[in-house]
Design a protein around this ligand. Structure first.
Ligand code: KG4
Ligand code: ZN
Length: 344
């Protein structure tokens, strides 16, 4: 290509790993021309959590119209796409299969390259959409409903995991504690809301350390501590202050996340730190991270809430860098529910 007129790379991306059916059109990895999300939250609220079989069926019902909406919002046709990208893991096998089968069918029919994307890679790459200047290397804390990873992003598409959770994911802990104090599903946003009325110092919940790897996390202890605290109150006939429990729990979790993150920032002497995943939309976590980064002269990055929780724009962004690196998948691409980051 001559001069500055580089050809655009436009990717249609599909995400269906859990309870959102999503499609997006992403140009050159950084520009979300559309980002359509059909959430099943209301449906699963009835059951207090995601019911995989119901999620799969709902994805099948919605996926075609979500893809059509993504194309029409971007004012583009399928024929103009350079590739079709899809989340192929990790996630729920049924929901993942709906997206993978759809992406394969579209790519085959339209004769487009197919690119399978790792869901967590998508979450990390969500930071590129609104932070045009962000480039690797940087450190990223991925905190979602299924994952808690502290990751070194050494280059586009290259990840080294420093630490991970030994038990519950951070978002999972939010969801379980929310259920225990009667807030229902999904727990994260509800805990954040209720916390505003409570004191983060009201109850001293534990901040767990994992002996073998200082970067690993454990959240089952704080969850149990909340349950024990509630049982104790009930036995002693002490009224439970929901807002104080929520605020104190939120503080315990965010303190640990910030502490681990800053330990890595200092050890690896990085100047850029990003957060990603559903829990990254939590304002207490963002504020804690921002402050800690400022104190160390580290640039702090985070996606807008809509790009923190599951979406397809983040998949299109990750797919762009995979596309540039030459990755193409065959028609044998399959859903991999426990796909590891960095695995191909
Ligand atoms: O990234 P995500 O949409 O899905 C997964 O890949 O897991 O994350 C969903 C998780 C849920 O556990 C939800 O409770 C949590 O993110 N979450 C939050 C907030 N918004 C979503 N947790 C804390 N505060 C929030 N504002
Ligand atoms: Zn996710």
């Amino acid at each position: 290509m001559m001069g500055s007129s580089q050809r655009n790379v436009t990717i249609l991306a599909i995400e269906s790993s859990c309870d959102e059916t999503a499609a997006a059109v992403v140009r050159n990895g950084r520009e979300a021309l559309s980002n359509v999300i059909s959430s099943q939250i209301a449906l699963h609220t009835l059951y207090g959590g995601v019911v995989p079989e119901i999620a799969s069926r709902k994805h099948i019902e919605k996926i075609n119209q979500v893809i059509e909406a993504a194309l029409s919002e971007a004012q583009m046709h399928l024929a103009e796409m350079d590739a079709i990208a899809v989340t192929y893991g990790p996630g729920l096998v049924g929901p993942l299969l709906v997206g993978v089968a759809e992406a394969k069918a579209i790519a085959y029919a339209a004769q487009k390259p197919l690119i399978g994307v790792h869901h967590i890679e998508g979450h990390i790459n969500a930071n590129y959409i609104e932070n045009k200047e962000l480039e690797p290397p940087f450190l990223c804390l991925v905190v979602s409903g299924g994952h808690t990873h502290l990751v070194q992003v050494t280059d586009y598409g290259k990840y080294e995991i420093l630490g991970r959770t030994r038990d519950d994911a951070a978002g999972e802990a939010f969801d379980k504690v929310a259920r225990a104090i009667g807030l229902g599903y999904p727990g994260g946003p509800k805990i954040e809301q209720v916390s505003k009325e409570g004191s983060p110092d009201a109850i001293a919940f534990p901040r767990a350390k994992v002996a073998e790897n200082p970067y690993d996390f454990s959240f089952s202890g704080v969850k149990s501590a909340v349950l024990n605290y509630i049982n104790g109150c009930n036995m002693k006939n002490i009224p439970i202050v929901q807002a104080d429990i929520a605020a104190s729990f939120q503080k315990a979790v965010t303190d640990v996340l910030v502490e681990h993150a800053m330990m890595a920032v200092e050890e690896f002497q990085v100047h850029k730190f990003a957060i990603a995943g559903g829990v990254a939309s939590n304002a207490a976590l963002r504020n804690g991270m921002r402050k800690a980064c400022e104190q160390r002269n580290v640039e702090f990055y985070h996606p807008s809430p809509v790009f923190c929780t599951d979406n397809a724009a983040m998949i299109g962004t990750a797919a762009y860098y995979e596309y540039l690196a030459g990755r193409r998948d065959g028609w044998d691409l399959n859903a991999v529910p426990n796909l590891k980051l960095g695995e191909r």
